[in-house]
Design a binder for this molecule. Structure first.
Ligand SMILES: [Zn+2]
Length: 291
């Protein structure tokens, strides 16, 4: 099987009244599953949130601009945090990666139960100019797509029809993940909004469609001809150098005290679940070169 890459495709449809975006995030979600050892329902919740965050990032101006999305609901999964930037590099985590739930009444992964049906969705957007924009909305169902739709409507005054899905096997293989976004442009007529709302209903099984026919197949259903395409990647901002700075900021005395207690200093990155280890020799060298 050919290795899939994650992409976002965009095109204007309906005489330029609607911005269509189709995302294939299968490889991105697979990487999140492996890094965080996600249960199937955790994979679905984080994967849907990462897909929506990728869409938000695609509107950022400049590669240095960044975006932070938090879903803080009352479900068993705890808080979900995803961040990304204008270069479409994304990373994220959930508070309880191993938490699992039985399938819901419709035989689907219970993402609403994992995220929770009460709580808030928060988006912080930093364009690198002045004070970051902070938008927040109440969770609607915890199923993520509806929650982001509510966010777009109440916080950005942009009605947006959204379908999101993650198809994952019980042993943690992501077969298909992605989303469809239909956002009427400012000045679009009522018929564009109702078209978007009606059309999105055809994509309740978006994860299976992505698995079977890819984003290209989904685009064909809109008659999209020549969409723009950009790559999406799970890429963290952490590095051994940044971790070393965290050790340095402890100060020599505290670092030595921790070393004698633990034998090694471990700096953990929650976003990609990486541990950076510093033993006695590493720590001595760090402080020596810092002098
Ligand atoms: Zn990291």
């Amino acid at each position: 099987m050919q290795e899939r890459v994650s992409n976002i495709y965009k095109e204007l449809i309906l005489d330029g009244q609607i911005s269509l975006a189709v995302l294939d995030t299968t490889s991105l979600v697979q990487e999140a599953i492996v890094r965080h050892k996600l249960s199937p329902v955790a994979a679905a919740a984080l994967g849907r949130t990462m897909t929506a965050t990728a869409y938000l990032c695609s509107w950022l101006k400049g590669e240095e601009s960044s975006l932070y999305v938090t879903l803080a609901g009352d479900g068993v999964g705890g808080k979900i945090s995803v961040s990304g930037d204008g270069a479409l590099h994304l990373r994220g985590n959930v508070q309880h990666p191993a938490a699992d739930l039985p399938l819901n009444g419709r035989g689907k992964l219970d993402v609403g139960g994992y995220v929770g049906r009460r709580g808030t969705l928060t988006v912080v957007r930093d364009d690198g100019e002045g004070i970051p924009f902070v938008g927040t909305s109440e969770l609607v169902s915890g199923e993520v797509a509806e929650d982001f739709s509510a966010y777009f409507l109440t916080s950005e005054q942009r009605p947006t029809a959204i379908a999101l899905g993650v198809l994952v096997t019980p042993d943690g293989t992501c077969l298909g993940a992605g989303g469809v976004f239909l956002q009427p442009l400012p000045g679009a007529g009522e018929e564009a909004i109702s078209f978007a709302e009606k059309k999105i209903g055809e994509f309740s099984d978006i994860s299976s469609r992505i698995a079977e026919e890819g984003a290209e197949g989904v685009l064909r259903r809109f008659g999209a001809g020549a969409p723009s395409v950009r790559g999406l990647e799970f890429r963290c901002r952490c590095s051994r150098e940044r971790a070393a700075n965290a050790v340095l900021s402890m100060g020599r005395e505290d670092a030595r005290a921790l070393l004698s207690e633990e034998g090694v200093i471990s700096v953990h990155c929650h976003d990609c679940n990486t541990d950076y280890l510093f033993d006695e020799k590493d720590v001595e060298e760090l402080f020596k070169s810092g002098e």
